[in-house]
Design a protein around this ligand. Sequence first.
Ligand code: GRF
Length: 212
Amino acid sequence: MNVGVLVSGSGTNLQSLIDRARRGELGPARIAVVGSNVPDCAALARARAAGLPTFVVDHRDYSARAGFDRALMTGLRAHQTDLVVLAGFMRVLGEEMLGSFPGRIINIHPALLPAFAGVRAQRQAYEAGVKVSGCTVHYVDGGVDTGPIIAQAAVLVHEEDDEETLRARILAEEHRLLPAVVRAIAERRVVIEDRKVRILGLSPSGESLRSL
Ligand code: GRF
């Protein structure tokens, strides 16, 4: 299964995918291409350092989303992408992209959805004073962080936490959860019925997701 990863930022989730692919821990998934809307982001440098093909579609060059979407699709299709992984990709995708990869785009979000959708999820959670937060991998639909939830990992919020320490604890879980889900999808163990997603061969406690 060819995975196209879209990134905008530091790329630590991409790095986690790269590292696990190198160790043979992504099952039949391989990273085929990395695309970004930010020409000089650290994530792209990580992709190049790993010897992966990259492409840039700078959103500032497009006045309408459809053109931006089509350019992304061209970059992804050039590498026979089967699954699109948004790993810190900070643009909302339009109908064209969603339509051309139906049910084949996933996103990692740094909160336990449906709580704290949108930007600065960790800050939202911290400011709300929640005692538990975490991360969510979900299918992408037309809304912002509203698609069917595939898997989640929880972390405790400690009394002495600030926004940064909470962010770091969540990020460590992201680095485990995203590759585990990519592998499960590539192994065709992820089944979606309505909005309910099941991962076949997974214990109810999610232990096998953590074991990667
Ligand atoms: C992660 O927290 C991810 O959940 C969010 O953006 C951040 C990306 O971090 N969507 P990185 O670029 O993978 O380091």
